[in-house]
Design a protein around this ligand. Sequence first.
Ligand code: URA
Length: 254
Amino acid sequence: MAIDHAKVRRLHAMGLGPVWTLRGPATCDAALMSPDPVGHVAAPACSTPATALPGHDGTPSLMGWESLESSIRNCTRCGLCRGRTHAVPGTGDRQARWLFVGEGPGRNEDLEGEPFVGPAGKLLDNMLRALGLTRGQLTYIANVVKCRPVGDDGRDRPPTSDEISACLPYLQRQIALIQPDVIVALGKTAAVSLLDLSTDAALASLRGKSHLYAGIPLVVTYHPAYLLRKPADKAKSWQDLCLAQKLYDGRHGH
Ligand code: URA
């Protein structure tokens, strides 16, 4: 029997193959028809979080990109600054239409100063490619916290609520500057932080619907690191990305 290459490609794109091996833009139609669419530098002294972000003009809501990034790189608003090699402000197109938000830098990101450069980043790049996107073109990738949260055991850990509160104004300002058409929250930390929800909220209850952040459509999906551990959920993540695509298209009159 002849192999239906188009079908194989579609299944792979939806994460139904053994790995997410998409090599080019895929179609969202199938997913949308489903019933469930949708070496350390010297450690600076860290201070207690202030209510306003430090900036050249002292007014967070007026900070431009340069003062924002420099404030992030020199930030001492929480204890995470003590262990960092590099703060990781984010990367991409400052006029991005798509914003992807993760939790916080891990070891690789701390070493390189770039978000999502490890194995989870490779999967995120494949997810972008599935949408016909490339890192840096029409996309911006940021995290809720800009410095690596590291546990006493030396491993990556989720940020605490105090660390998130201290850092969130930076992400809020990035979003205000970018004004993306759609935000994709990668994982629960990004979702509950941006939507100001209780940490008790289950990720499953946040997926599959369109939320709003400051009037911008926001879709919640699984964190790529989780998908690496649970590849069977890539198909659901593909549905989420298709919902995000639909919301994006809606903003562009398609
Ligand atoms: N995980 C995240 O949430 N962000 C990164 O930048 C890398 C891994």
